[in-house]
Design a protein around this ligand. Structure first.
Ligand SMILES: Cc1cc2nc3c(=O)[nH]c(=O)nc-3n(C[C@H](O)[C@H](O)[C@H](O)COP(=O)(O)O)c2cc1C
Length: 374
């Protein structure tokens, strides 16, 4: 029978793992994308569901209309109301989906005309109204978006980064230049003192979240323990490793352990995430002058492009969002983040560490068909 100490050692090895290659496959949606699909909208959908999105809840639902139309809705049950009380981050995830839908369309000679919030922009939170309507029209001699081929290679990389290998400023400029049209660019720092301050901030924000019961309860709902659970749900944050499923079944990784900040499980996780924070050689962030729902969609589109562009340039990125989250328990660190990022009169939308790390496998995704409203 494994002891709690064993459980701890095993968990430390693989927090928030992506999908494993052997056994039931939670990541089948990353292969043979759109093979045999005659309808260009279904081809684009198969790519769009690979978008980055908070906690991998995959909060998208689509309905097709006529021969060329698609309406995107948010699955309101797949939001994160505690840590994302205004649906800001979930809306970013919807923007990321739209960008990948558009990029995939370009690869098959289709122009995607996107109308954001065609029935009005809900505020402060999303509601049943559509997020966007997209219409395809064929374009003669269209050149595919150059980022298309990186859709299946893109990852969120949560490994420890190579702290000695600081990305070159010129390379970071190339990455952010791909999103200049959206926002006028992103900002970054490789400056040692500022990087040190941000490492410290993201770590303390992680620790704060660990000590906030509502946040932990919310995350627990999206944790998938072991290969079987990952393959069953094909969403959420995977925790993988030898015997993880068994340990969970033996009650060694239950919700009470996850909510208790001083449980062995959390002490181990904390050590592990501190290492990740301390290994960050650089940070990037996106900020906007306003925080309207349309702006959030644009930021999500920009973030998707940034993640594709960094992939193309051989860089890894990893969002570290806790300090930007708008819940009461995080308020002081949120204020600190605004100051450190110089975003006092803006909304800081995304903060990521960037650098070089060992590759990670793809995260789970549900079947494309599961996103189509019946
Ligand atoms: C708005 C937004 C916020 C995110 N915040 C975090 C975060 O704080 N920590 C983290 O590890 N990943 C974060 N992510 C990454 C997602 O968890 C990730 O996209 C998802 O698990 C799917 O994995 P993939 O990007 O490798 O496909 C965020 C993504 C988005 C779009």
């Amino acid at each position: 029978m494994p002891t709690r100490r064993h459980a701890l050692a095993l968990l430390a090895a693989t927090p928030f793992a992506a999908s494993c290659s052997a056994g039931p496959d939670a990541a089948a949606s990353w292969r043979d994308l759109g093979a045999g699909l005659a309808d260009p909208r279904r081809f684009a959908l198969a790519h769009a569901i690979l978008a980055p999105n908070p906690h991998n809840t995959q909060p998208w639902q689509v309905a097709f209309d006529g021969d060329t139309g698609m309406t995107l809705y948010c699955d309101l049950e797949r939001r994160l109301p505690f840590t994302d009380p205004n649906d800001r981050q979930i809306t970013l995830g919807c923007g990321a989906f739209l960008e990948l839908y558009r990029v995939a369309a370009s690869s098959i000679g289709q122009f995607a005309e996107i109308t954001m919030f065609p029935e009005g922009a809900p505020t402060p939170r999303l509601d049943e109204r559509p997020i966007a309507h997209v219409t395809f029209s064929p374009v003669a001699n269209a050149a595919p978006d150059p980022l298309f081929r990186f859709i299946t290679e893109r990852r969120t990389n949560r490994n420890v980064y190579d702290v000695e290998r600081v990305p070159d400023d010129a390379l970071l400029l190339r990455a952010v230049s791909t999103i200049a049209a959206f926002l006028g660019g992103a900002q970054w720092t490789v400056q040692p003192e500022r990087v040190a301050a941000l490492r410290d901030l993201v770590w303390r924000a992680f620790d704060r979240e660990l000590r906030t019961r509502g946040a932990q309860e919310e995350t627990y709902r999206w944790l998938r323990f072991g290969r079987e659970e990952m393959a069953q749900h094909r969403d959420g944050l995977g925790i993988e490793g030898p015997m993880i499923g068994l340990l969970k079944a033996a009650g060694m990784m239950d919700e009470a352990d996850f909510i208790d900040p001083d449980s062995m499980m959390n002490q181990s996780a904390a050590k592990d995430w501190k290492k990740k924070a301390d290994s960050s050689p650089a940070f990037m962030w996106l900020a906007t002058p306003d925080d309207r729902p349309e702006t959030r969609l644009l930021v999500g589109m920009a973030y998707a492009r940034l993640n594709l562009a960094t992939t193309a340039l051989g860089l890894s990125i990893h969002p570290w969002s806790q300090a930007l989250q708008e819940y009461e328990e995080m308020a002081d660190l949120y204020a600190e983040a605004r100051q450190l990022l110089n975003t006092d009169d803006q909304t800081a939308q995304m903060l990521v560490r960037v650098g070089y790390a060992d590759p990670v496998p793809p995260a789970p995704r549900r079947d494309a068909a599961a996103f189509v409203r019946t």
